[in-house]
Design a binder for this molecule. Structure first.
Ligand SMILES: NC(=O)c1ccc[n+]([C@@H]2O[C@H](COP(=O)([O-])OP(=O)(O)OC[C@H]3O[C@@H](n4cnc5c(N)ncnc54)[C@H](O)[C@@H]3O)[C@@H](O)[C@H]2O)c1
Length: 288
């Protein structure tokens, strides 16, 4: 505990259950002395366990669907009343793709689902910042963070339309971040997190194999949800006041790797088991 957020007030979106990155961030923000409002979509409030977190952190919960401007306006107005003033930090920790859930292939999407996923996962960040900006709800030197994934820059086939949503989200962080910085002295960044076993993460096809691969590719190993929360706290603190318009990789080094010796070894072993023609040694003996 460093009292990094002492006296700061915030809004945290996206704590569904104790695996959620937002949940860990709320716990850490509480430990660091912040006061905040928790929010999630009404359906998530019914299905999840957010009230436990609210009790633990002495927070109130206000339902808000991130696709509804009215819900967001109500959330921001009520939060300022509850917290007694303007907001210092906001976490956007929201993601959802119906195409991923239904197993639709990237090349054959249902575009109504694509629009919905984009609305929830990406446009919601613009909508949220627009409400905060227009209501002048952020204190100077405040900090807004959204969570993203590296599929915005590189190809991860099973991440599907979420890759496009994350690319849009990161672009909104830069574009809106300019106006928020210039006019309100507020910073806006995205944190690009390692694969993490949460409800949203585990919904992606082949997630376990993919997590193992990322673990072996990253010199420091995958970053956990708690480690992501720690990094987010630093971005909410006064120690990072001039960091803005950035996409910050929090991934144990994965994003700058080409190949690791651990992954390379797997392929070396495979090729040692093969003949020059590329046939498995066993088979080639039988052939002779
Ligand atoms: N888990 C991973 O591997 C991983 C990796 C990188 C980035 N991220 C990102 O981290 C963020 C948090 O996800 P998580 O992994 O903690 O999973 P999670 O499932 O715990 O959180 C996703 C949250 O989005 C909320 N949400 C969905 N629709 C909403 C709506 N209409 N309005 C408001 N909230 C809504 C859900 O209720 C849930 O709380 C997401 O942006 C996700 O894309 C996750």
């Amino acid at each position: 505990m460093y009292n990094l957020l002492k006296g700061k007030k915030g809004i945290i979106f996206g704590a569904l259950d104790d695996k959620s990155i937002a949940w860990k961030t709320a716990e850490r923000a509480h430990e660091e002395g912040a006061k905040f409002v928790l929010t999630n979509a009404p359906v998530a409030l019914r299905l999840g366990t957010i009230n436990e977190l609210a009790e633990k952190t002495g927070s109130q919960v206000i339902p808000a669907d991130a696709t509804s401007i009215m819900d967001l306006e109500h959330l921001v107005d009520e939060s300022m009343k509850i917290l007694g003033g303007k907001i210092d930090f906001v976490l956007h920790s929201i993601g959802m793709s119906i195409n991923v859930r239904r197993g639709n292939h990237y090349t054959h999407q249902d575009y109504n689902f694509t629009k919905k996923g984009w609305d929830v996962s990406a446009l919601s960040f613009h909508r949220l910042m627009s409400v905060l900006y227009q209501r002048d709800a952020m204190n100077e030197w405040g900090s807004i963070v959204a969570l993203t994934y590296m599929a915005a820059q590189r190809v991860f086939p099973d991440y599907n339309d979420m890759a496009d949503n994350k690319a849009y989200l990161e672009s909104v962080a830069r574009s809106f971040g300019y106006f928020f910085g210039r006019d309100k002295k507020v910073r806006v960044n995205t944190i690009s997190q390692s694969p993490t076993p949460t409800t949203a993460g585990s919904g992606v096809k082949g997630f376990d194999g993919f997590m193992n691969y990322a673990e072996k590719m990253s010199p420091l190993g995958n970053a956990t949800a708690l480690e992501c929360a720690d990094y987010t706290i630093s971005m909410f603190s006064d120690l990072t006041k001039k960091v803005t318009l950035q996409n910050l990789f929090h991934d144990g080094g994965f994003s700058n790797m080409g190949i690791s010796t651990e992954v390379m070894d797997m392929f070396m072993n495979q090729s040692q088991d093969k003949t020059e023609e590329g046939l498995p040694k066993e088979k080639s003996k039988k052939k002779k």
